[in-house]
Design a binder for this molecule. Sequence first.
Ligand code: UDP
Length: 359
Amino acid sequence: MDSSETIIVAGAGIWGCTVARVLAEAGRQVEVWEKRPVTGGNVRCETDEKTGIEVHTYGSHIFHTHLPEVWEFVNRFVRMNGYQHKVLARHDGKTYFLPLGLTLVNAFFGVELKPSELPDFMRDEAHSKAIFDAFFRNYTSKQWGKAPEEIDPTIIKRVPVRATYDVNYFNDYWQGIPESGYNSLFERLLDHPNIKVTTGKTFRLEDLGEKTVFYSGPIDELFGFKFGPLPWRTLRFETERLPIADAQGTSVVNYVDADVPYTRQHEYKHYHPEQKSVMEHPETIVCREYSAAWQPGDEPYYPVNNEESAALLSRYQAEAANHPKLVVGGRLGAYKYFDMDKSIEAALNTARQYLEENK
Ligand code: UDP
């Protein structure tokens, strides 16, 4: 194996940038090809000039992890602020704290349960059904276009259930948003003498030749959708500037009822409580998120994991396996509902395995 060959990393999202960095630090020459004009994939943000608000162009991204190695890796490049994610749910004219815990249950039923009493209370089917119907049924239908019974059960299990007053949305110990913004994370990951970045450059199968390629674009697109497109959910964002300092008092409010067409509203300034001048700026930016079925040409956001799509994915994966120097990964390549930390973990493992096998 020639360790001086140039490796192509196609796609500069979180998976591709991590792979590129690990390979570059191991002395490999890396060319990153990104089809968009900018790096960062869907974690890309734009800073609003007027207010200084970091707008998450592709919807809210909150970094959270329980993986020490991933946390340490990210902290080599950016300093994380102390943001801890809390999600509120607007139901029937009232606002509740998610996730499912003592705060929500006690407020919803008007009771004062102790931690030890919550499990039995929720084992009562009338109680669990009331909570599910209020907070999960309609939101899930809006998000996935299907009844909750019809979607992959692991999706709803992402939301923690706990018998405490802890209203942190994630169980992960480490959380935060890069103080210098998400874009700086990608710029710094790629800032290495062994990495050359070209934007506006799409990778196609005919570019593969004899090269080693780490590809994180859509796997079906790479093979010309020859078996048909993998299904996705797409999102539409309605962004609005408001002449008030604070519109909703928090970063995310889920609208869990059926009569509101959007799933949630984001107010991005709340992700940077350390930015005093931004927080106090007399204007704010909110963004309402709508979910829809994906059509070719739309931005793919959430893979629709079911038996049919798993079978289709296997066919594309078998096709990819015919190319021994092609490594496919990331959310679009692996067709996986990755959190950012899991994408970094996968990238670290994939790049290291490659280095181990190609000394
Ligand atoms: N969910 C829900 N109500 C909520 C929040 C979440 O029904 O208020 C369900 C919904 O099916 C969603 C899933 O739980 O797709 C996972 O939620 P999560 O907050 O992890 O979604 P993400 O932020 O990744 O879109």
